[in-house]
Design a protein around this ligand. Structure first.
Ligand code: PMP
Length: 426
């Protein structure tokens, strides 16, 4: 039986770990079946506990942009481990990675390291509130900014997949400070500014959304947000946890030529180890403790192993001038080939893609916001997912997630993917 060992391990895990997983999106709750327990990953591949090898389009949900277990990153981690793996003191390494980022990313003077994307977004919002002296934020339906209370209002990712976009446990007081708009609807944002004058500290957005499936900003939406924020003294926060160092080294700020006031990072920045970060212009970042009064801290923030993995990953990316164009090209070919194979079968679908992020939505022609993402045929996606899985292709287990393409994916892996799509019967 193909997933035998995973099924046994999942049963056992479910006794000791809530739902058998340490993060809900890992459960195959929406696609059905047993989540695969993985034991090894290298390059474009990941192996489950039954010994089956898969082409990996999740890539640890984004961090493994170089492919898994890059030998140079691995060496760097081993060397660092020999010198110690947690000091709880400043290290030169933290300045080295901060300097590399500030010198190569636009609109960023200072950066503070944390240990997850959740912490990064939560802290950026606190900083925005402290800096502006205002309480409310605007977020977009279907965007996910981690599991901090203010964000679990019409949230994307697992929250959307499992139908709990508003989590129990978030107080009414917190919820009322999170204002909502549809993605790509500038009029709705404008009316929120009219309704809540001088009360909105920040607009937080995934500049390319990846948590309702991949959804792109349309028609200068980001530029219009920038102008509205300027007009109202509100900070614009780009949540680049997915897009940062992935669409470009400077992320969506560069691709869409829009400067954010604060930017949050995660995933690629840690090279596969637990890292998040938030960054921005000096006058705003100066408001943070210990210089300023807005408090934020972390025992493992700037952890040397994590910094070493992140630094080495970022250096490798910077050393290849064609890195992003090659990734985008691979993703474009994947999109176009999968699309034409589905068209040959008469399967209605649309693919949203930017750089090395993409999603296939079945049964619809256009997805530009969360509502449209809900109209897609998610049952068809689930069937597609399981068919590809059975052929050794590992997609994110939900139609509300984005696929992440790594540098390690080449002709052989693409061909294997096309063959799997070719034999898909809806
Ligand atoms: N923001 C975005 C855009 C994300 O995609 C995620 C996680 N997928 C987060 C924030 C939260 O990051 P983490 O899971 O590291 O807390």
């Amino acid at each position: 039986m193909q997933y035998k060992r995973s099924s046994e391990l999942f049963l056992e895990a479910s006794q000791f770990i809530p739902g058998g997983v340490n993060s809900p999106v890992r459960a195959f709750k929406s696609v059905g079946g047993t989540p695969l327990f993985m034991k090894r990953a290298e390059g474009p591949y990941i192996w489950d506990e039954d010994g089956t090898k898969y082409v990996d389009y999740i890539n640890s949900w984004g961090p493994a942009i170089l492919g898994h277990t890059d030998p140079i990153v691995l060496d760097a981690i081993k060397q660092q481990a020999d010198s110690g793996f947690s000091f709880g003191t400043p290290t030169e390494l933290e300045t080295t990675i901060a300097k590399l980022i500030v010198e190569n990313v636009c609109n960023v003077d200072q950066i503070r390291m944390v240990s997850s994307g959740t912490e990064a977004c939560m802290s950026a919002v606190r900083l925005a509130r402290g800096y502006t002296g205002r309480d409310k934020i605007i977020k977009f339906e279907g965007c996910y900014h981690g599991h901090s209370d203010s964000f679990l209002i019409k949230a994307g990712s697992g929250a959307a997949t499992f139908g709990n976009p508003n989590s129990p446990g978030v107080t009414k007081g917190t919820a009322q400070d999170t204002l909502l708009s549809q993605y790509n609807d500038i009029d709705q944002v404008r009316s929120l500014f009219v309704e809540y004058p001088e009360q909105i500290a920040a607009v937080i957005i995934e500049p390319v959304a990846g948590n309702m499936g991949c959804v792109l900003p349309q028609n200068d939406f980001l530029k219009q947000l920038r102008s509205l924020c300027d007009e109202h003294g509100t900070l614009l926060i780009f949540d680049e946890v997915m897009t940062g160092f992935r669409l470009d080294f400077s992320g969506a700020q560069k691709v869409y030529e829009v400067a954010a006031d604060l930017v949050t990072y995660g995933k690629v920045i840690g090279g596969g180890l637990p890292v998040g970060a938030f960054a921005g212009r000096a006058p705003i970042m100066d408001a943070l403790a210990p210089k300023g009064a807005v408090y934020q801290a972390g025992t493992l923030s700037g952890n040397p192993l994590a910094m070493r993995a992140g630094l080495t990953t970022l250096q490798l990316i910077l050393s290849d001038p064609l890195f992003y164009s090659a990734l985008a090209r691979t993703t474009q070919v994947l999109d176009e080939t999968v699309s034409s194979l589905l068209n040959e079968k008469g399967i209605q679908h649309t693919v949203n893609r930017q750089g090395s992020m993409m999603s296939v939505f079945f049964g619809v022609d256009q997805v530009e916001n969360f509502y449209q993402a809900t109209l897609a045929n998610h049952q068809m996606f689930n069937k597609f997912f399981h068919h590809l899985l059975s052929k050794g292709i590992y997609l994110p287990p939900s139609g509300y997630e984005t696929w992440f393409i790594s540098r390690a994916i080449g002709e052989e892996e693409l061909d294997k993917t096309y063959n799997a799509v070719r034999s898909f019967e809806p």
